[in-house]
Ligand binder design. Structure first.
Ligand SMILES: NC(=O)c1ccc[n+]([C@@H]2O[C@H](COP(=O)([O-])OP(=O)(O)OC[C@H]3O[C@@H](n4cnc5c(N)ncnc54)[C@H](O)[C@@H]3O)[C@@H](O)[C@H]2O)c1
Ligand SMILES: O=C(O)[C@H](O)[C@H](O)COP(=O)(O)O
Length: 377
């Protein structure tokens, strides 16, 4: 059994070594000739699985992507060839939600506002949008939800125009689609970008092409020339990756190299989900489990009064676990020298809150409760 696995899929040997011979490949360099001897192909988003790649595939019976997004996969072709396909839905939803919240606290600090005074529009309320919705609701932040598909059968959704005009913060979490009733290609574009509030925060952690980057740059330049408030901008994804629109970086508060989903847990869950699908495909028992493989964070105590007195304390705790300014600095300092893909391949370990060990400590003498958080430093 020849199993071809992208070099950026973690724990692949732990999960798949006993199922066959593993060949690792660089996602953008995989060739049709290599695939010609593959039985199982496991990719990430940078490998286009299309007729050109599969035109010599003789034994390929299974393709998996260790990602949520599927826009790099020709699913119709796989179906026509009778090749089983699976992705990893929701694998890094928590990671993206934490990236967004950490970024919002950076913006609130930089521009001196309180998130509790803001309304957030979530555009695309699926696995990631829901994870973000739950966290923002827990923090008491006002929300607007925009998701035409869900709006057909559920209450409490607004349309895109309302979501853009009534929110102080707009964050995109849709797939990249060009067909269907609500295609998302250039969902934010030169026609509707003017609907955004003057004092708006805009976040894209979906796919770069969901926002027309040229229109965004034009709006940023227009605001600058008119001495209007700049859009407070967080971009994790860019049109034409790995060659982003460089002029746009100047107008971006937080710029990162498509790493919002790159927590260790997020990437590793993707591997585990593909392993489970491959076992099902091969009618083999599932014997490997991620929780036996993930390193348990060393405990370094941060004691916080669990009724945090201010956003400052909460912000400090959140940024102690993950601060996107780290990724922004790497992006600005190393993009030109090392490149977009290098930044992603050499992404420093980031752990999710889910890995924290939380413990309530009650100090009866002082009548105080404390929340003890253990995490990697
Ligand atoms: N930056 C990153 O690292 C990163 C990580 C994971 C996923 N992503 C991207 O985020 C996307 C969403 O992930 P998910 O797990 O939430 O997917 P999902 O499929 O669970 O949810 C997507 C939601 O978007 C909605 N939607 C579709 N078209 C829409 C439109 N025109 N307007 C509003 N809503 C629309 C769908 O109805 C669905 O509810 C993925 O497809 C992927 O492209 C990026
Ligand atoms: O779709 C996803 O899961 C995310 O965009 C993920 O970050 C893609 O990562 P990649 O496959 O490009 O390494």
């Amino acid at each position: 059994m020849n199993i071809f696995i992208d070099e950026n899929i973690p724990y692949a040997e732990d999960f798949f070594a006993e199922l066959g011979n593993i060949t690792r490949f660089a996602g953008r360099e995989l060739t049709a000739e290599q695939v010609s001897v593959a039985d199982i192909l496991l990719v990430r988003s940078i490998t286009k699985v299309n007729s050109q790649l599969l035109n010599q595939a003789k034994n390929l019976s299974f393709v998996g992507t260790a990602t949520i997004g599927e826009d790099h996969i020709d699913k119709t072709l796989l179906q026509q060839k009778g090749i089983t396909f699976t992705s990893a839905p929701g694998c890094n939803a928590i990671s993206v939600a934490e990236y967004v919240i950490s970024s919002l606290y950076v913006l609130s600090e930089k521009y001196n506002f309180n998130l509790l005074d803001k309304t957030v529009s979530i555009i695309g309320v699926g696995n990631i949008g829901k994870a973000l919705q739950n966290k923002l609701m827990a923090l008491g932040i006002n929300l607007l939800l925009c998701d035409p598909e869900r709006d057909q059968t559920e209450e409490d959704f607004v349309d895109l125009e309302y979501a853009l005009t009534h929110a102080d913060i707009v964050t995109f979490h849709t797939p990249l689609t060009s067909t269907g009733k609500s295609p998302t290609f250039h969902l934010l574009n030169e026609e509707n970008i003017h609907l955004l509030k003057q004092d708006v925060c805009l976040i894209n952690a979906s796919r770069g092409e969901v926002i027309d980057n040229q229109a965004l740059l034009a709006e940023a330049i227009r605001r600058e020339k008119q001495n209007e408030l700049p859009i407070k901008l967080v971009l994790d994804v860019w049109e034409n990756e790995p060659t982003p629109l460089l002029e746009l970086i100047k107008y971006t508060d937080i710029a990162s190299a498509h790493i919002a989903g790159y927590s260790l847990e997020g990437k590793a869950r993707g591997t585990e989900m593909l392993y489970q699908s491959v076992c099902q495909h091969l009618n083999l028992p599932i014997v490997k489990r991620l929780d036996k493989l993930l390193p348990v964070p060393s405990v370094t105590n941060l004691v916080l009064n669990n009724e945090y007195q201010s956003e400052t304390q909460l912000k400090a705790a959140i940024h102690l676990v993950y601060d996107p300014r780290r990724d922004d600095a790497l992006f600005r300092n190393l993009l030109a020298k090392n490149g977009f893909d290098w930044l992603r391949k050499n992404y420093p370990i980031r752990r999710e809150w889910s890995s924290l060990k939380l413990e309530r400590i009650t100090n009866n003498e002082k009548g105080l409760n404390f929340l003890k958080i253990g995490f990697d430093i």
